[in-house]
Design a binder for this molecule. Structure first.
Ligand code: FES
Length: 117
């Protein structure tokens, strides 16, 4: 089973069944990943930064790419947790803005330096 790591003050990691979404994995592991639209690719509250293992996520489909484009999240490390399905090991970071600090919303540089996918 794929292993997923969520970096967050209330983060967790664990093995999950393949082909479930990052949002479903977060819920299984007790990680508080917002999902204001209920997983319908229309709010972007579930966005995450993919730090490792981007190649182990499902391809971006039209609805996800459309929302990412509209929200100006064009960097390749952005994915929607409700749309990206887990196919292999992956590490993601929940943006700092969701931790209660709206002043910063970027992946931590220390983690990004070690990014390999
Ligand atoms: S939960 Fe709204 S876009 Fe993912």
């Amino acid at each position: 089973m794929p292993r997923v790591v969520f970096l967050h003050p209330e983060g967790n990691s664990g093995d999950v069944p393949p082909n479930i979404s990052l949002l479903e994995a977060a819920e299984r592991l007790g990680v508080p990943l917002p999902h204001d639209c209920g997983g319908n690719a229309s709010c972007s509250s579930c966005r995450v930064y993919v730090l490792v293992g981007g190649e182990h996520l499902s391809e971006i489909e039209f609805d996800e790419q459309d929302l990412l484009d509209r929200e100006a999240m064009t960097e390749p490390y952005y994915r929607l947790g409700c749309q990206a399905r887990i196919l292999g090991d992956v590490m993601v970071q929940i943006p700092e803005q969701k931790w209660g600090d709206p002043s910063v919303e970027k992946p931590s540089s220390e983690v990004m330096e070690g990014r390999s996918g």
